[in-house]
Design a binder for this molecule. Sequence first.
Ligand code: PEP
Ligand code: MN
Length: 362
Amino acid sequence: MQTETQTMKALMQEKWNKRPLIISGPCSAETEDQLVETATRLAKTGKVDMLRAGIWKPRTKPGLFEGNGIVALPWLAKAKQITGLATTVEVATGKHVEDALKFNVDMLWIGARTTVNPFSVQEVADALRGVDVPVLIKNPIHPDLELWSGAIERLQKVGVKQVGMIHRGFSSYGNTEFRNAPMWHLPIEMKRRYPDMPLICDPSHICGNRSSLQSVAQKSIDLDFDGLMLESHIDPDNAWSDAKQQVTPERLLEMLTDLVWRHESTTEQEFITALTTLREQINQVDDELLTLLGQRMKLSDKIGEYKKNNNITILQTNRWNDILERAFKKGDALGLTKEFITKYFDAVHLESIQHQNKIMNS
Ligand code: PEP
Ligand code: MN
């Protein structure tokens, strides 16, 4: 037993340091047969390092399948014994941690709904005091990096040495394209804060569907993530939770085979990462510019109302000259040419006139 534990530790250490780490398995451990068959088919792909399965499921509404709990832990142990795959489960309480460790689960993860709650994270951390097990922390459901960092700090404070992060996207009202918006600049910021900490992407919970899994997984690889957690199921459509986003182990193999792992040379990887990171920042700046332009037009609308009420023309040449002169001066200091400033302000001014025109004539 002693040797087996040591071997598993050594394996974990090796996997932990070897990138990319591929974690897969069902959203929920439903039955022993389902779990063992999933694990067997995953092991056959030869590309999966670890088996995941939820056994305590935090569900939004009561009445949904909330996991089999402790009964499912021996199933995980059996799947590991048959396939050799290391195992990982989600823990949300101190009791979960104790139970999972009793059954020699190799790695634990803290779910997005737990990361939001410092009391829960602290309870999990207290149960981990003095225990040498790797723990991955999912981002909180809403985009709050301080909470994510706070959870990391709580685990580090009790002495957990192998801490990693899982990016599973952020929930917000009206998310459409994704179940949880990836907001890539946020995990990028976490990479900056914790350069030595593994960062895994969970495309399944970001997408919420099967069709965009591949592109999200690829994007995370291009951003130099250290691995993937992807949900898989022997019969995805009939899964007891997250049916829409799970894939069969065989489909998973196709996806993993099609991914481009840009690892030919370190310098190239560095280049790709730097480029993608900069592009993410540009997207961010563009979003901010658009928001500001929207605000500018709202101000212009207000002026339109005043002009209408006071019977004043839309165009006032002096004001327009002032705007341009101000912009030329400021632009010059920022390295922007007069030509660009003129084109840009012409477009903005024209749009503004159209807005006011609408107001005047409504
Ligand atoms: C899960 O991994 O099945 C899960 C519940 O994920 P999350 O915590 O990201 O919602
Ligand atoms: Mn799930």
